[in-house]
Design a protein around this ligand. Structure first.
Ligand code: GLN
Length: 556
């Protein structure tokens, strides 16, 4: 019998419900329990693929090509699993499916209602994810905060599941926040009490309250929450803010949550093996020399838009015993001649994925700086396209070179729409999505980084390198080191006369894991270390000031 852990949030949003769900997955997996995770999003969009990163943050792509919530990235990284499209659904999908059934006549004359039709569809999707993955425990996180109108049908559905699948097979975790009142130096439990009351009004009595706080939580506060919210003291788990996300499973485990969940759900008691995880966290927290890597993007004010890129850099940093300090550089600033000092001071540059023209010229100039000054560079999707445009403009001398995404009339469309994208008119879910094989050329930077012949990588794009321009690029020193198995699509391009300038058409960041950094990020970090040492030595051995790079001719 599959068991279900439902995570809801109370008091305020953005307190780390997704990380908590992911961490619960990790501590159960550490006991040899097979888990899967699911994010339920109460918005009406069918998926986040059409939403602005300002609204939503990163769009995470699963192997089977679903555009999903960024919490799936936490789930995959914490539990080290590959999830599928079954692990994320929205109100939009639920209504779409129910209305399609109604039009087909599946309901035989019934009036279609929130209960039972919508709630049945929701429950069926929760049960389905467990079936498909053959998980012993499904951890389902309901997005939003208890009290939101949008989440009511989902809360009703998870309430019903307690009777449907049995009390011993369901457990409710409520993640709340304890505000701190500076004047009296107190943590307040009242908002948590109210949130639990709201939840009980819907018919859900939580078994576990994860109380997030920016300050240490006393035993007294724990007891108070237990008493007022009718939760066993063992079920009240304080979770104090940590700068290290990966510490959360350890904090939950050390607070006794793993054993408590096993007791409550009648799961077999096995000693948890978190040794590898603990070792990773110890290495993450240990003082290390610092490496500065720039992420040159468009949504740099909102770091959530590049969350998997950031994490992939951190993973590679730990593997190489360096602390990665990220310089968030807005490419629009580079266009206006600003922020160049920051870019000139980094040991490596990442240009991540993106859409639309804003900020493109700044990214092209950042790629130029990297190429001309031999700064290690990793281009992800758009970052690879930008690298090719820059090369065409400044090495091949085609000033108008561009992607047809930004200039339809260019005579040098080095990046162009993929043939199967030409006739598409719908935006949602129509890109080249999900994992595809990529064949590597031995002896190249990418070939060496991966040290295998073929890999599967995740994609999300409409444009690609235009094959009509392959020959001139190759003659001028670009190596196409990764191709689709039929040789038709350029998946990786690299500059031969450069220590590490590699662009990939896919998103390697989605596959990086804490203990298994992605080979391309690992190679970037290693190249950045070499570059850092080289720069450092130059400065040490020079009696003069370190050369100040000229910024003026790079302002675009
Ligand atoms: N906009 C580009 C394309 O559609 C790049 C997409 C991306 O970076 N994910 O091909």
């Amino acid at each position: 019998m599959t068991k279900y852990i439902f995570c809801t949030g109370g008091v305020v949003s953005s307190v780390g419900k997704g990380v908590t769900a992911a961490a619960i997955g990790r501590i159960l997996k550490a006991r040899g329990i097979k888990v899967t995770l699911q994010k339920i999003d109460p918005y009406i969009n069918v998926d986040p693929g059409t939403m602005s990163p300002y609204q939503h943050g990163e769009v995470f792509v699963t192997i089977d090509g679903a555009e999903t919530d960024l919490d799936l990235g936490h789930y995959e990284r914490f539990v080290n699993i590959n999830l599928t499209r079954a692990s994320n659904f929205t109100t939009g999908q639920v209504y779409n499916a129910v209305i399609a059934k109604e039009r087909r006549g599946d309901f035989l004359g019934a009036t279609i209602q929130m209960i039972p039709h919508i709630t049945n569809e929701i429950k069926q999707r929760i049960i389905q994810v467990g079936r498909l993955s053959e998980a012993e425990v499904v951890i389902a996180e309901v997005g939003g905060t208890v009290g939101d109108i949008e989440s009511l049908p989902f809360l009703e559905a998870i309430r019903q599941m307690r009777t449907d699948v049995g009390r011993e097979n369901t457990l409710y975790v409520h993640v709340t926040f304890l505000p701190y009142i500076g004047a009296t130096g107190e943590l307040k439990t009242k908002p948590t009490q109210h949130s639990v009351r709201e939840l009980r009004g819907i018919g859900i009595q939580p078994h576990v309250i994860v109380a997030r706080s920016d300050y240490p939580v006393s035993g007294e506060v724990v007891d108070k929450i237990a008493l007022f919210c009718d939760v066993e003291p063992r079920g009240v788990i304080p979770l104090v803010t940590t700068p290290y996300l990966y510490e959360v499973p350890i904090m939950l485990e050390d607070a006794g949550l793993g054993d408590y969940l096993c007791d409550a759900l009648l799961l077999p008691h096995r000693p948890p093996d978190l040794s590898e995880w603990r070792e990773f966290v110890t290495r993450l927290k240990a003082p290390k020399p610092r490496l500065r890597i720039a992420i040159v993007g468009k949504y740099t004010a909102l770091h959530d838009a590049y969350i998997s890129v950031r994490e992939a850099l951190y993973h590679a940093g730990v593997a190489n015993n360096y602390d990665i300090e990220i310089e968030w550089v807005y490419s629009g600033d580079l266009e206006r001649g600003r922020e160049w000092e920051r870019l000139h001071n980094v040991d490596g540059i990442v240009v991540p994925g993106g859409f639309g023209y804003r900020g493109i010229e700044g990214k092209i100039e950042a790629a130029r700086w990297a190429r001309e000054n031999k700064v290690p560079y990793l281009g992800l999707c758009l970052g690879m396209q930008v690298m090719c445009i820059e090369f065409a403009r400044h090495v091949l001398g085609w000033e108008d070179a561009n992607s047809t995404e930004f200039d339809k009339a260019t005579e040098h469309p080095v990046i162009d729409l993929m043939p199967d994208q030409q006739s598409l008119t719908k935006m949602g879910g129509t890109m080249r999505l999900g994992h595809y094989p990529c064949v590597l050329k031995p002896g190249t930077k990418a070939g060496e980084a991966y040290s295998v012949r073929e890999v599967l990588e995740r994609h999300r794009h409409r444009f690609e390198f235009n094959n009509a321009f392959r020959a001139p690029f190759e003659e001028a020193g670009v190596v196409f080191s990764g191709l689709s198995p039929d040789g038709q699509l350029v998946e990786i391009a690299e500059i031969s006369d450069h220590p590490f300038m590699v662009g990939c058409q896919f998103h390697p960041e989605f596959q990086s894991r804490p203990n298994q950094p992605h080979p391309l990020f690992n190679a970037l970090v290693q190249a950045a270390i070499a570059y850092h040492r080289h720069r450092h030595k130059e400065v040490e051995h020079s009696t003069e000031e370190a050369p100040v790079p000229e910024g003026d001719d790079h302002t675009g």
